[in-house]
Design a protein around this ligand. Structure first.
Ligand code: UDP
Ligand code: MG
Length: 158
């Protein structure tokens, strides 16, 4: 019925600089997604190129590479039911002007070039991006996920 997925989220350098790490983590945790990996890091040239390979050659690509390396990011691995699409829904559209009010980009950003947060756009992208930023042993999946607890407790008889 429900499929558990993993996704890669990044608080981008502008989000870190503006003090939004806690707010972004809070929203995902409140939703019930489980944080299975978390670290602050400076994105290397290799990581930036691998992460944004699909955008190479586009007019905004050089600025995007500079942006993602403009300060530390917070790399987040999340696990949960339908988390790839669900997390993007919570982030809102790429352009904060078009993002629904209540989403992170609508609430905390003004322009699409500096939209504070990244989220993978498919299960395949998620696995590819997780491998760019995390070693397998840096992901902690042993414990029961919050979403399992949420759904199992709702399914349970009282
Ligand atoms: N971006 C930009 N100008 C554009 C489109 C995208 O600066 O016209 C940046 C923006 O930071 C965006 C990132 O490039 O988040 C990746 O673009 P994509 O279309 O994959 O958007 P996302 O998946 O992040 O919503
Ligand atoms: Mg994208």
């Amino acid at each position: 019925m429900h499929t558990e997925e993993r996704t890669f989220i990044a608080v981008k350098p502008d989000g870190v600089r503006r003090g939004l790490i806690g707010e972004i983590l809070r929203r995902f945790e409140a939703k019930g997604y489980k944080i299975i990996g978390l670290k602050m890091l400076q994105v290397t040239n290799e990581q930036a190129a691998a992460h944004y390979a699909e955008h190479e050659g586009k007019p905004f690509y050089p600025r995007l590479i500079k942006y993602i390396q403009s300060g530390p990011i917070v790399a987040i691995a999340l696990k949960g039911y339908n988390v790839v699409a669900g997390a993007r829904h919570m982030m809102g559209a790429t352009d904060p002007d078009k993002a629904e009010v209540g989403t992170m980009r609508a609430d905390f950003a003004q322009v699409k070039e500096y939209n504070i947060v990244h989220g993978s756009d498919s299960v395949e992208s998620a696995e590819r991006e997780l491998a760019i930023y995390f070693r397998p042993e840096e992901l902690f999946e042993g414990a029961k996920s919050m979403s399992e607890l949420v759904v199992e407790s709702l399914d349970a008889d009282y």
